[in-house]
Design a protein around this ligand. Structure first.
Ligand SMILES: NC(=O)c1ccc[n+]([C@@H]2O[C@H](COP(=O)([O-])OP(=O)(O)OC[C@H]3O[C@@H](n4cnc5c(N)ncnc54)[C@H](O)[C@@H]3O)[C@@H](O)[C@H]2O)c1
Length: 286
């Protein structure tokens, strides 16, 4: 059975949310350099302008909150008018992090995350899907996480939203069978971006401070944003249904299949070699 079809997106329009930072910015830079006109959005205006300033190809940049379904539809119509080439891919990438135990959770923080990480993806999908269906071509690329493969302590809201993105996108992919449109989930492992810095942390007296967690994450994140963008770009072009980003993502993938309930114990065993590898890499880049 033929499982995937190669589809180049070079030269086609790419739509990217969360493009002011991290993976979204790196995707904008990479795809623009590969000849894609890019339509980029973010809630962070200054960061978005910085991204735009670094791109030399055709760019449409708009401040947009992915939670705003109407704004997403207005933007989709604007992109359809502006796009110098058919849309090759829509990257629903914007996201935020919250860390808290379920017991101590602040419902406001969890709802904030849920609205961005899940509803933001749904809004972006609904806004652009009719255009792709009309073209009978293109990919909806929704960012989940390795935390959309495994439940992790202190990540209940994040995991719930990322599992939901995976379920939503997998369902959409089945609906699109037999058409020229596809739906892809992206599962990054640790990528060295601002996700933790910009997150909301419920700090308890015995837990490390937000600053300490930011520093620790920067040490442990195994993949740089430009590498993540390369893996995602290649994955879309190879027609993958699911794109794993980084060696740690492959570890999560295998362990959650091998041991669907005890993967955390096994992951802990992998912590030491993964940590050592991350530290070695950090030293190599000094
Ligand atoms: N960095 C990682 O380790 C990692 C791992 C797994 C998944 N992810 C996912 O990758 C995606 C990109 O994150 P990143 O790591 O590049 O983080 P990042 O913080 O560097 O970038 C996220 C971007 O999303 C934007 N954003 C936040 N709320 C928004 C809103 N309401 N509307 C529009 N834009 C908004 C931010 O302003 C920021 O520019 C997210 O969905 C994240 O959950 C990241």
């Amino acid at each position: 059975m033929k499982r995937s079809t190669r589809r180049t997106i070079n030269g086609r329009t790419a739509v990217i949310s969360g493009a002011a930072s991290g993976i979204g910015r790196a995707l904008a830079q990479r795809l623009s350099a590969h000849g894609c006109p890019v339509a980029i959005t973010d809630i962070n205006e200054s960061g978005l302008k910085e991204t735009e300033a670094g791109l030399s190809g055709p760019t449409l940049a708009r401040v947009l909150d992915v939670r705003d379904a109407d704004a997403q539809h207005v933007f989709a119509a604007e992109v359809a008018d502006w796009a110098p080439a058919p849309i090759g891919a829509v990257f629903n990438n914007a996201g935020v992090a919250v860390a808290s135990s379920v017991l101590d959770a602040n419902p406001e923080d969890d709802n904030w995350l849920w609205d961005i990480n899940f509803h933001g993806v749904v809004n972006g999908t609904r806004a652009f899907l009719p255009i792709l269906v009309k073209q009978n071509d293109g990919s909806i690329v929704n960012t989940s996480s390795v935390f959309g493969l495994a439940g992790m302590p202190h990540q209940s809201a994040y995991c719930a939203a990322k599992f939901a993105v995976r379920g939503f996108t997998d369902s959409l992919r089945q609906e699109l069978r037999g058409t020229g449109v596809t739906a892809i989930t992206v599962h990054p492992g640790g990528v060295n971006t601002n996700i933790v810095r910009n997150g909301r942390f419920r700090v308890t007296p015995d837990a490390p401070s937000h600053d300490e967690v930011v520093r620790e994450f920067a040490k442990l994140a195994m993949t740089q944003p430009d590498k993540a963008a390369e893996v995602i770009h290649r994955g879309v072009e190879r027609g993958k249904a699911r794109i794993l980003v980084g060696p740690d993502a492959y570890v999560f993938d295998v362990l959650t299949r091998v041991s669907p309930t005890y993967y955390l114990d096994l992951l802990n065993l992998f912590q030491v070699p993964l940590r050592k590898r991350a530290q070695r890499r950090a030293l190599e880049t000094v």
